[in-house]
Design a binder for this molecule. Structure first.
Ligand SMILES: O=C(O)CCC(=O)C(=O)O
Ligand SMILES: [Mn+2]
Length: 217
């Protein structure tokens, strides 16, 4: 737990909001590293381009994705899985940049999960109208480790539900620099992203980039 020394600040940066036991939003936590993070995203997407994956049911995903790390999340007609190689190039995914690893470990530690060392980072790319349907992150072997999710660019409404699909969802607005962490009793909660509204961000234009860090194990 970190003491908030400036509880009355009005810019919202660094504010910690608990969503559920084991789940917090850390407002603006990624802002100090935003330029470095965005440069790293450009470098990764130049080597492992964003693409729309196909679901096992044959649908094209609305979110465009790529990965960095020892493992990358992929989906095709055969199912969802982690793969050490980018199926488009046959090469390993680019490594997770140091600035990502530091941010992910800091965020996890702020949320009470010490020593988080992710081996996978899924990069999601949204435009106005893009959505991500309600799902659990459960393709990882190691559920003892949290998920750390970093939002950049235009705002989104994150849906944060319960352990059953039909449970009520919180609607959590997420903006540029916000980080969400869920682990422990919240690790398998359903979540998703509402269709994005049209908006423009000074640095990213009409785009939202989300980084989700996972320990696949
Ligand atoms: O874009 C987001 O905020 C959530 C992404 C997510 O849930 C995922 O990649 O599994
Ligand atoms: Mn997810």
């Amino acid at each position: 737990m970190t003491l908030d020394l400036f509880p009355d600040h009005d810019d919202g940066a660094g504010r910690r909001e608990e969503l559920a036991p084991g789940a917090v939003v850390l407002r603006g936590l990624a802002l100090p590293q935003q330029a470095e993070i965005l440069a790293a995203v450009d470098d990764i997407t130049s080597r492992a381009p964003l693409r729309h994956l196909t679901t096992p049911g044959g649908f094209r995903m609305s979110v465009a994705m790529t990965n960095c790390g020892a493992r990358g999340w992929v989906s095709d007609r055969r199912g969802y899985r982690y793969d050490a190689l980018d199926p488009e190039s046959g090469r390993p995914w680019p490594p997770i940049p140091e600035v990502f690893l530091e941010l992910a470990a800091n965020a996890a530690s702020e949320a009470g999960f010490e020593g988080f060392a992710p081996d996978a980072c899924l990069i999601n790319h949204y435009e106005p109208g893009t959505r991500l349907s309600l799902h659990q992150d459960k393709d990882e072997r190691d559920y003892s480790q949290p998920i750390v999710s970093v939002s950049l660019g235009i705002p989104a409404v994150f849906l944060f539900g319960g352990l059953k699909r039909e449970d009520r969802c919180l609607r959590v607005p997420l903006g540029h620099g916000d980080v969400v962490v869920w682990g422990g009793p919240a690790r398998l909660r359903f979540h998703g992203v509402m269709p994005l509204k049209a908006a423009s961000h000074p640095g990213l234009g009409m785009r939202r980039v989300n980084l989700t860090f996972r320990k696949v194990g």
